[in-house]
Design a protein around this ligand. Sequence first.
Ligand SMILES: Nc1ncnc2c1ncn2[C@@H]1O[C@H](COP(=O)(O)OP(=O)(O)OP(=O)(O)O)[C@@H](O)[C@H]1O
Length: 355
Amino acid sequence: MVCFRNVSKLYPGGQPAVENLTLDIDRGAITVFVGPSGCGKTTSLRMINRMVEPSAGTVLVDGTDVARRPAAALRRTMGYVMQSAGLLPHRTVLDNIATVPRLNGVPKAQARRRARELLDVVGLSGDLGGRYPAQLSGGQQQRVGVARALAADPPILLMDEPFSAVDPVVRAELQQELLRLQQDLAKTIVFVTHDIDEAVVLGDKVAVFATGGRLAQFAPPAEILRAPVDDFVAGFVGRDRGFRALGFDSADGLVLEPARTAAAGSLADAAPGGWLLVTDDAGRPAGWLPPGARGHGAVVTGGSLFVLGSSLRQALDSALSSPSGKGVAVDAGGRVAGLVDAGTVLRLIRADRHA
Ligand SMILES: Nc1ncnc2c1ncn2[C@@H]1O[C@H](COP(=O)(O)OP(=O)(O)OP(=O)(O)O)[C@@H](O)[C@H]1O
């Protein structure tokens, strides 16, 4: 879909911003460009829509050299989302979203109707449509930015650090929202970030750029975590990469232990013994009663939950973070499904490695 062929970029009087980049971006997938500041990620992204022209080499979209297509027409086939959302301050949210369809000749009423639908798609209430960008939070502005980029239904979305100006909680929400959207839309997305964790969460494939505009590694995120090609990538990926790589391992083979549970209302009568898992009326975990303790006041909470069907990372984390030493597995409805032992997880990892 998008191919870089021996592409270099040298800005006047500078070091190479991008050096001999050859890369194929898969259709319908999220490709993340990641790397330290100044390594040529934005320059590479902008060569796709001709905001920057290469000094050498070719960028192809669907087999056609982008240099042979008029820049304005090319850009209308690609949504573009940037860090500051880039909304027009004197236009309402709806009119911001409708901008490109209007440029493409879509009648006003129709463009606004579509803009209203898109607000819903990106998880915003329709009431916000009449507001101006300054009347929105940073996270809401970014969602409007995504809606605007989707408005003309372009096959390609270019996203340049779109979530880096918002706080970590909103950022994680926006990431999950993008993944959810992508399941329905299957756009070809090129996403720039300097955050390796964001790259690993979002990318079907991750391109790690090194200083000097050199592509150091291009691979699925699990491979980047497990097998960084050199010291630069290993250093950039950072600590805990072995643990983080477990996020890509299925926990389906994990055998759960049965949980000894007691409903929160019956704690006064609970039989003493080992740790007792306390549940609410719906069977959801509510905390642990330590051995020998009695009554509600003694319940300790904490510990992450392992949702069935998720990864070995979540399974191991639930065990390691649990007050009792046993992680709590829950079904999709949040009800207790069993307990997870760290040793069991490690044995499964070992067995998988030797399989
Ligand atoms: N318009 C320009 N004129 C001259 N040099 C530029 C221009 N734009 C970028 N550069 C230089 O090219 C190099 C790559 O910049 P680029 O913005 O592509 O990097 P980046 O990886 O996206 O960085 P960041 O994460 O900081 O945004 C940098 O050294 C930068 O200073």
